[in-house]
Design a protein around this ligand. Structure first.
Ligand SMILES: Cc1ncc(COP(=O)(O)O)c(C=O)c1O
Length: 432
């Protein structure tokens, strides 16, 4: 098919419901760049939505997958243990945010892993209800659609969804009605903790602790706007869970694997999750997800009740082992923290330069966002300018927000280039 016809063919034959950022067709990717079929090279600040965290086609990851593909692609987890599956666990054990997280179950997608966590929580506690955060994103399957509260489009017209899901406000200080009305008295460093009171009220009014299996939380709200939980909040949630025999589930599908400058975002808060949900960066693009919990909890589930045809695929696991090794060999977390300072410094400067346009700058590591003053469509306008300047960049949330998810090993030079494009784009929109 001729290059000029590819996009047209896609528009005709690919389901419209997928939605797409760029109109051009991607041919290849390397490091922080993707190349379109036209030859146009674009700086990628989306990383396949936080998946290709070590850059596109990281050589060691690609090689590990190639080698495994020549040995064994698929034997299926219910048939026998497979070497890469076990060696991946061996690589991940020292990286876990708490030593109690010692038993693994690998799946394919983030949504499936979230549902596996729901299954485990219900089965282990013999309770049904689930509490999620308003603004959360947990996926698009029937179970996770019910849990996703970031935008109505994900659930609209698909009801009935999984019952037994209740929601409470996430401590999103920039949009909190208390913080915004108290003139600087409260904020991300000094949260009013009203969401903790709301959680306690929910347990009194709507879902009794004796009916509540788990609280699911993204330590940094992802699709909801890249909002880190304020200090102290997660500890309070942990206390509520302990008091009421409720499991705490950290959905680190997006915030995990170095994205926030620590291996897992929950480490910023010194809180132990009962179940950790992982996906995306775990294998740098090869389909792999999982849940990790303590053995006595995980092993309440009977043999045969877990598993799936492609779960923990050998090639994906081999890629995952190479990812874990690269984190050490290439000092990835050091790079995340160095580059984060450069990007957030530029965004803070943009806020100072354009106070009528830039409302909030936030995030951890290389999971950063800028929220614009609402009602003017600024995020989409800045995004369009960045795209004109050969940069892929994403908006997020129902508020006017741009999110930045570059590769965790982005070079200083490419970060400088990205910062320049963003800075110029914001200035051009401000001047228009
Ligand atoms: C926090 C979080 N949980 C779950 C999911 C769902 O993962 P998947 O798209 O692989 O099903 C996502 C995807 O973006 C996510 O960000």
């Amino acid at each position: 098919m001729s290059i000029s016809k590819l996009a047209e063919f896609g528009t005709r034959h690919v389901a419209k419901g997928i939605g797409r950022l760029a109109t051009e067709v991607i041919e290849s990717g390397s490091g922080s760049y993707v190349t379109m079929v036209s030859g146009r090279k674009m700086l990628d600040f989306t990383s396949g939505i936080g998946v290709a965290n070590l850059g596109h086609c990281h050589p060691a990851v690609t090689k590990a997958a190639q080698t495994q593909a020549g040995k064994m692609v698929h034997a299926q987890v219910n048939i026998a243990f497979q070497r890469p599956y076990l060696e991946l666990i061996q690589s991940l054990l020292p990286l876990m945010p708490h030593k109690s997280l010692d038993t693994f179950f690998f799946w394919n997608s983030g949504s499936e892993a979230v549902e596996a966590a729901v299954k485990l929580a219900r089965h282990a506690t013999k309770k049904q209800n689930i509490i999620v955060m308003q603004g959360s994103y947990h996926g698009r399957t029937f179970g996770t659609m019910a849990m996703t509260r970031s935008k109505t489009v994900y659930g609209e017209n698909y009801a009935p969804l999984m019952p037994g899901v209740f929601s409470v406000p996430f401590p999103y200080c920039a949009q909190c009605s208390i913080a915004t009305r108290c003139d600087g008295k409260y904020g991300p460093e000094n949260c009013c903790m009203d969401p903790v009171d709301q959680l306690e009220l929910l347990l009194k009014r709507e879902t009794a602790p004796s009916d509540t299996a788990a609280i699911f939380i993204e330590p940094v709200l992802g699709e909801g706007g890249y909002v880190p939980a304020p200090p102290g909040y997660l500890k309070r949630v942990r206390e509520i869970c302990d008091k009421n025999n409720i499991l705490l589930v950290a959905d680190e599908v997006q915030s995990g694997f170095g994205r926030t400058g620590k291996m897992f975002a929950i480490e910023h808060y010194d809180v132990r999750p009962d179940i950790l949900v992982v996906a995306k960066g775990i294998a740098n693009g090869f389909p792999l997800s999982g849940i990790v919990s303590r053995k006595e909890l995980m092993d309440t589930q009977k043999p045969g009740s877990m598993g799936g045809t492609y779960a923990g695929n050998a090639v994906s696991c081999a890629a995952g082992i190479a990812v874990a090794k690269a984190f050490q060999d290439e000092k990835i977390l050091e790079n995340v923290n160095a580059r984060s300072k450069e990007l957030s410094g530029m965004l803070q400067k943009a806020k100072a330069d354009h106070p009528d346009m830039v409302y909030d700058v936030r995030g951890l590591g290389l999971m950063l966002a800028v929220e614009f003053v609402g009602g003017k469509g600024y995020a989409a306008k800045v995004q369009a300018k960045c795209m004109e300047k050969d940069m892929l960049i994403l908006t997020t949330s129902i508020y006017d927000t741009l999110r930045f998810i570059p590769a965790l090993n982005i070079t200083q030079e490419d970060m400088a280039r990205g910062c320049k494009i963003i800075q110029e784009s914001i200035a051009e929109v401000a001047a228009s």
